[in-house]
Design a protein around this ligand. Structure first.
Ligand code: WTA
Length: 649
């Protein structure tokens, strides 16, 4: 059996509401035209988007130069990302946006700041001059290790303004991870903060950075934002306060006229094996991709208030908290802290306070909200919401329906967006004014992009069977390489099929041409000769009303080849007993069939997750097999979860 069998049956279907379609940035007629153009000529489609959505100092000569697996987009074009995200909103017919909110910021303790486009321009120009005065030149890499505060956005845009690629390291990473990333990218300057607020307390960052800095000979200067006011050490000659340097900086700083392929940033992401990969994104193509998809998929209207809950330290934050949003002159909200500080209704209180209209979050968060219960949501007025989004992992249909019913109040379309750090921007997603959605399906590729499902041998799989998700042609936001490792770039993404990008995810297409993502391929289990996606079993388990969250892994079994072990977190107040075990087994058999029946169900209070909320199945696999944990645990969010799981053996 080569194909991955798809056993999840989902027949619910949600058509866009006529009123939404009529007012949409792309109405159904435009969507049809754009799909047609994208099919006929991806290059012409993207060239049209590049003209409509981005301002160029110098037009490009060639839309695409494709020497597989290396692509160049908008060759010969010159532009600046910070200019596109800020300056052009202060000029000409858009100049009224000078006093429009660019960033609405809410600190965890409840403090808040608003930066208009005019404010953002001043702060970014000043910090760009600070960087220059500290010796940063075009092409030099700047590392950023910060909490979710406005200075993080200012720092990244300042880097973009002078053409110094940034490498942002999520503030939850350890000193070792920070050190390795700084060294791999060769950064000469680090921007950080004394700390940030999380779970009601100041969380030190500078102290962690100091540990990392003992092993980073290339870093000459460190700039520190005062956020928490905690006492920290400042090394003379190396460390400077942000506010001291900014006090004297000029607010005049012309944007650098950069080549379309000039590096914009490097962002590290973990591979299945080996050290993290520094994913390289460049200027023109990336900006065209994220600006276009932000506008169309989130249906950005001038008066929207958009909130993406991702940390800027992840790609979702890069593309859809900052670059894609500001390029459109939108208002983007940033929140510093956790969803349950001071209480489990914090997100809903923020939506009510700022009248958020578009909300973009992750399935893992949605399942957490389900566990906490609807009462927290009901305390708040969410009537401002008009569009919801999901990203990061497959959303199980029951979570989708809950999101639709409880948060969207059956009024808001949901865009389930599939993409990766490597793709730069969204690849598969509904277009909210035109696509009828099915809970759990990311639906169709964006116009100009061709996705397909291949067998191991590189044949297209016939619906409804599953296989490997691939991208058949280059797209503007695609990674340009792995920093310092050309060979790994070639072998990881382009080594399996000729001139075709391997995403590493399993997927299937149904008879209506809808794509369903089934999770990473290394999460696929082979049970009695049937390859079954962990996600499908998890979805079935979570459909049992007493279950909050589940993760499924395979362990070797003499009879079936692989047996399924399910780690299950019951809802609060539900007893983890044999009666619940029985209910779960029944649910799986009902939802998928007897062949997906877990051999073992283990109850747990929490699942091991990365800091971005992905369940670490590798660790669970080791535990399920009663093996020593040999996998890399450096990205684990909470080590105590692992200890508890092991002690329960
Ligand atoms: C998974 C996050 C199903 C997928 C933007 C992918 C998804 C990996 C979805 C990339 C989705 C992301 N449905 N799975 N809508 N979105 N994924 O690099 O396995 O952090 O390969 O980028 O997340 O994760 P990354």
């Amino acid at each position: 059996m080569d194909d991955i069998e798809s056993l999840l049956k989902e027949s619910r279907n949600f058509k866009p509401k006529a009123d939404f379609s009529r007012k949409a940035v792309w109405n159904p007629k435009t969507v049809a035209e754009m799909r047609k153009l994208g099919e006929k000529s991806p290059e012409r489609f993207w060239a049209k988007m590049a003209k409509e959505n981005i301002s160029w100092f110098q037009p490009w000569k060639k839309t695409l130069e494709w020497k597989p697996p290396f692509a160049k987009w908008f060759v010969g074009g010159k532009l600046n990302v910070a200019y596109n995200c800020i300056d052009r909103h202060l000029e000409g017919e858009n100049s009224w946006r000078r006093n429009k909110a660019a960033i609405l910021w809410e600190g965890e303790p409840g403090d808040s700041r608003v930066l208009t486009y005019g404010d953002l321009h001043r702060e970014v120009c000043k910090f760009a001059n600070v960087l220059k005065s500290q010796g940063v030149k075009t092409g030099d890499r700047v590392a950023i290790y910060m909490p979710m505060i406005p200075e993080l956005a200012i720092a990244m845009l300042a880097c973009a303004r002078i053409g110094a690629p940034h490498s942002i390291v999520f503030g939850g990473f350890s000193a070792d991870s920070l050190r390795d990333r700084i060294n791999d990218v060769g950064a000469k300057l680090l921007v950080t903060a004394d700390g940030g607020f999380r779970r009601g307390k100041p969380l030190a960052l500078k102290a962690t950075a100091d540990k990392a800095l003992t092993g980073t000979p290339g870093v000459e200067k460190v700039i520190v934002v005062a956020r928490t006011g905690e006492t920290i050490e400042m090394q003379k000659g190396r460390d400077f306060w942000w506010h001291d340097l900014m006090a004297d900086a000029s607010a005049l700083c012309p944007p650098a006229k950069l080549d379309s392929e000039h590096p914009l940033y490097i962002l590290y992401t973990s591979g299945t094996t080996g050290k993290p990969k520094g994913i390289l994104h460049t200027t023109g193509g990336y900006l065209v991709h994220v600006a276009t998809t932000a506008k169309v998929i989130f249906d950005l209207q001038e008066n929207d208030t958009y909130w993406c809950t991702a940390d800027i330290g992840w790609v979702t934050g890069h593309s859809y908290v900052i670059y894609g949003m500001l390029a459109n002159g939108a208002t983007t909200l940033m929140y510093e802290g956790t969803p349950n500080t001071p209480a489990e209704d914090r997100f809903w209180s923020i939506i009510e306070k700022y009248r958020v209209t578009i909300f973009y979050t992750a399935p893992t968060a949605i399942r957490t909200f389900i566990r906490w219960g609807e009462a927290h949501v009901k305390k708040h007025d969410l009537s401002s919401l008009r569009l919801l989004g999901s990203v990061g992992e497959p959303i199980n249909p029951e979570a989708w329906i809950w999101y639709h019913r409880v948060i969207g109040q059956e009024r808001c379309p949901i865009v389930d967006t599939w993409w990766q750090t490597e793709t730069g921007g969204i690849i598969i997603s509904p277009l909210p004014g035109a696509t009828a959605t099915k809970p759990g399906s990311a639906t169709h590729p964006f116009p100009g992009i061709q996705t397909a499902i291949y067998t191991e041998e590189g044949q297209e799989v016939k619906p409804p069977n599953g296989g490997l998700l691939v991208l058949k042609n280059p797209w503007p936001g695609m990674l340009r390489g792995i920093w310092g490792d050309k060979e790994r770039y070639k072998s990881t993404y382009w080594g399996k099929f000729k001139n075709v990008y391997l995403a590493g995810d399993g997927a299937h297409k149904d008879k209506n041409g809808y794509f369903w993502i089934m999770g990473r391929v290394d999460d696929v289990m082979n049970i009695s000769g049937h390859r079954i996606g962990t996600m499908e079993v998890e979805s079935a388990i979570v459909a049992e009303p007493h279950v909050a969250e589940a993760a499924v892994v395979g362990r070797p079994d003499e009879i079936t080849g692989t047996a399924i072990v399910a780690f299950v977190t019951p809802k609060q107040g539900v007893a983890p007993d044999d009666a619940l075990r029985e209910k779960i087994l029944k649910q799986v058999v009902r939802g998928i069939g007897a062949l997906a029946r877990p051999a073992e169900i283990r109850f747990t209070d929490a699942l091991p997750k990365t800091r971005s909320g992905k369940i670490m199945r590798r660790l669970l696999r080791d535990i399920a097999c009663h093996k020593e944990i040999v996998s890399d645990t450096t990205t684990l969010e909470d080590y105590s979860v692992l200890a508890k799981l092991r002690n329960e053996e």
